[in-house]
Design a protein around this ligand. Structure first.
Ligand code: PEP
Length: 264
């Protein structure tokens, strides 16, 4: 039972940095060097994940190996190979040592037309090669204002996860990211986040059965050191997907430290 120290209840805590289309090779190397130094000087129980852009994934894996950092891709294609110019497949990611992959980020849905069905196929592709999918879901501002946020998130989850092999659920991580909070400086209140995370947990139970209680649910949306403690304290909040603040090593490491500390 949750008693304020979630690590002791067997649930993983994950802090993942989504670096989006930021940083060149030197910038990525510098950021990883600083994160490695931070994690070396303060070892953590938190599963720390970084998601640099595609060209730097191999370098990121080499620099992170044995250093307590996991490397994620920000997207993948659903097919294992083929004539899909510009795309990158799950087996390719596996071959360079990628452990996690973000799917269904709202920016991919908004700018690249990614559908819930396509997200589901990407999850299947990732599972085939043993990569952990980080499935993003979340409502637009208008959807929350119209009281449709629970329906929207339920549809995203059920469509992407319906029909998946049950072993997928043991691996999959959910990231709740209200779209109106991403990169805007607005955050869900701790109450709004916990309310939605508890709802997601109840939907996951319908989809995955009791295994849903082992599925980490991360919060994303302008999470920073000054609001992380409050948001991460929610009993169903198992970590964070961090955008802007993950580009600053001190901020990101501080969020990791907060996530590792016993919650009030
Ligand atoms: C994100 O894009 O996944 C994200 C959470 O961004 P930010 O923290 O900048 O809102």
């Amino acid at each position: 039972m949750y008693d304020g120290v979630k690590h002791l209840c067997g649930m993983r805590t994950i802090i993942a940095g989504n670096w989006k289309m930021h940083k060149d090779k030197a910038g990525v190397a510098d950021l990883i060097t600083r994160l490695v130094a931070g994690v070396r000087s303060s070892p953590t129980r938190v599963e720390v994940v970084i998601a640099p852009a595609f060209p730097f994934l191999g370098m990121a894996v080499s620099m992170s190996f044995g250093e307590g950092l996991h490397v994620a891709a920000q997207n993948c294609h659903e097919e294992p190979d083929g004539a899909f110019t510009g795309e990158v497949s799950a087996p390719m990611l596996k071959s360079v040592g990628i452990s996690h992959c973000i799917v269904g980020h709202s920016e991919r849905r908004q700018f690249f037309g990614e559908t819930d069905e396509a997200v589901g196929r990407k999850i299947t592709a990732l599972d085939r090669v043993g990569i952990t999918p980080v499935l993003c879901c979340g409502e637009q501002r208008e959807e929350r204002e119209n009281g449709r946020h629970f329906d929207v998130v339920a549809t995203q989850l059920h469509t992407a996860l319906a029909g998946q092999d049950p072993k997928v659920f043991a691996r999959t991580v959910i990231a709740y990211e209200p779209v109106w909070a991403i990169g805007t400086g607005l955050t869900a209140s701790a109450g709004q986040a916990q309310e939605m995370h508890a709802f997601i947990r109840s939907e996951l139970v319908k989809i995955a059965g009791e295994g849903a209680h082992e599925m980490p649910i991360l919060y994303g949306g302008s999470c920073k050191p000054d609001n992380a403690a409050e948001i991460l304290a929610g009993p169903d909040v198992n970590g964070g997907l961090i955008g802007g603040a993950s580009l600053d090593p001190a901020s990101f490491l501080e969020i990791v430290r907060i996530a590792d500390a016993p919650m009030p």
